[in-house]
Design a protein around this ligand. Sequence first.
Ligand code: HEC
Length: 296
Amino acid sequence: MKKLVLAMLVLCASNSYAELYLTPEEEAGQDLYKLNCMACHQLDQQLVGPSLLEIAHIYKKDTQGIVKWSMNPDHKRKNLIKMPPMAHVGEKGLYQIASYIMAATKGKKFNPKKKKSRKDPFEKFPVAKIQRMFMPDAGPAAIAVSLNDNLHLCWDAGTCQFRYAWTGGYIELWPVVRGNGNGFVNLKGEKFTYVKQGKPFGENTEIKFEGYKRKDGLPIFMYTVNDIEFEVSFKANSSKSVDVTFNTNSSKELTYSPSLTQGKWSANRGKIKNGSLLLTARDSRNFTITFSAGDK
Ligand code: HEC
């Protein structure tokens, strides 16, 4: 019996990891890598940045060296852009990514002659449902999230706010790659709601992004506003409407003031006064804002 279970496990494993067996640490690294690095780094060819094979070739087993670089990159290759610092991932996350890079490149040789790709390398892969990328009309730490085949949104990990949603296709990464990291992704659809950059819980609040976890394939972003812990999740409400649900450990009243230039918003709790949502201490622990197409 034990042998059978083992055989089945091996079968399952070889199905889902056709080439790679990853430890839980490396697997966490793979997730973080997809979100934070893959837009610019590919396994075996230079994209916006050097290939993973080149990175592994330089750093050998020095995972700490990769962490150090990523916290505060140099400008080493003058023909490439300077890599943006990845300190927001945190040292632990970067260490997991470095472990993943080691695992993914194990036994593979770096070939310095292999030239930069001229075709869209993402053509063959579906773009990740959660993708940190240079998004148009958003801050530099924007994250694209695809809720379903037709509804997608942009969340900003800098100000920790919902920025916009669109219908139609998801995103095309090629413009970023072609522009050596200077371009933005293409939204393959049309925006129906747009929130201006700002701090919806007050301009003087201190915001800290704490990463995300996943439920049913969708992200739950975690962050703090002053000392209050927030978790925010998303749901398609209708074809042109998104529910943004906040769970917090707040014990105080909160005021939420999104500044929209397109679409409209409503809330399932609290009172709206002069464009702000006033939440009692009790309501501030769990509330949902719906952003939809249409006039205010
Ligand atoms: C916006 C594109 C971009 C993103 C995102 C990005 N990088 Fe880079 N990365 C670059 C570029 C460009 C270089 C080359 C910079 C240079 O040589 O000056 C580079 C170089 C590197 C190097 C080589 C350092 C060396 O000593 O030569 C490492 C390691 C690295 N990146 C790790 C990461 C990790 C880990 C992440 C994700 C957490 C990441 N990068 C995300 C663009 C990016």
